[in-house]
Design a protein around this ligand. Structure first.
Ligand code: D54
Ligand code: ZN
Length: 276
């Protein structure tokens, strides 16, 4: 597991492209038959991915956690972005079709991932936050994730937000998680943009065709920076940073947050002309 520490606003404002990518971009999370994990010190979020093909893959603890098992003091949100698969947690088997979400609460000891069909493997996106209270594990298919329509075709940002782990959905100690599907022809996500110093956010982009790219914007609103991303890359958004993107094609993304509170609508809104 890779460990990444924080960077100050001032430091970030002076970073060259490579430094910015090294600090915030998490590349290619979906590796065959192994778990990729990055521990960010922004709200201690762990971002990861696993694509089981030929074998069952287990979630192991890591020396940095000083824990007997990964979820001893943590909770985990899982969203499948591939073919059908199963997650087994302490003997209980959960079936996840594409875009189903599974929440595993603190105290879950054994976690493993399998694909139903090796020819169309599951791809599980993982986001974990520290948890000091136990909430029940729960599966939620996309159909139950309260869709909200946002944006307009005229501003190329027509999209549907699905919330899974939040105050009115799957309850958690601090994790908030869901996904946003852009309509064909719409390419701008999270515009008009916002910040929320109360929470760190991580974006994971998928269903972006191989030879297309996503321009993810970060930084202070009056000093934006961009990171060019590919399908299955994630990006860490510090609490003080804007987070929005534009694709050269249609795409979908998972957003996830942790921090001071769990109120989804508690954003500090910006207008497009606020940006520099
Ligand atoms: O704080 C909330 C997150 O940035 C996302 O939910 C926003 C988003 O998916 C969108 O507007 O498209
Ligand atoms: Zn946000």
């Amino acid at each position: 597991m890779e460990i990444r520490f924080e960077n100050s606003k001032k430091e970030v404002s002076r970073m060259i492209t490579e430094e910015l990518r090294e600090a915030f971009l998490v590349e290619q999370l979906m590796q065959e038959d192994k778990i990729t994990l990055v521990y960010s010190h922004y709200d201690r979020l762990i971002v990861g991915g696993v694509k089981p093909v030929n074998s069952q893959v287990r979630l192991e603890t890591h020396t940095e956690l000083k824990a007997e098992y990964f979820l001893e003091r943590r909770e985990l949100g899982i969203i499948n972005v591939g073919g059908a698969g199963t997650v087994t947690a302490d003997g209980q088997t959960y079936h996840l079709d594409k875009l189903s979400c599974l929440y595993l609460g603190k105290g879950t000891k054994e976690v493993s991932f399998t694909s139903t069909d090796a020819a169309n493997p599951a791809m599980f996106y993982l986001l974990s936050a520290p948890a000091h209270a136990e909430y029940p594990s729960r599966l939620m298919p996309k159909e139950e994730a309260s869709p909200v329509q946002l944006g307009d075709a005229m501003t190329s940002n027509k999209r549907t937000v699905y919330k899974y782990i939040h105050l009115e959905g799957i309850r958690s100690a601090q994790l908030v998680m869901g996904l946003t599907v852009l309509e064909p022809g719409s390419v701008w996500n999270s515009v008009p943009p916002h910040t929320h110093t109360r929470r760190t956010e991580v974006y994971f982009y998928f269903d972006l065709p191989e030879n297309q790219r996503l321009f993810h914007f970060m930084g202070e609103p009056q000093q934006t920076r961009s990171i060019v991303m590919q399908n299955h890359d994630a990006v860490i958004s510090p609490p003080w940073s804007v987070h929005f993107g534009c694709g050269t094609s249609n795409y979908t993304f998972i957003w996830g947050m942790a921090g001071e509170n769990q109120v989804y609508s508690d954003m500090d809104a910006l207008t497009v002309p606020d940006l520099k």
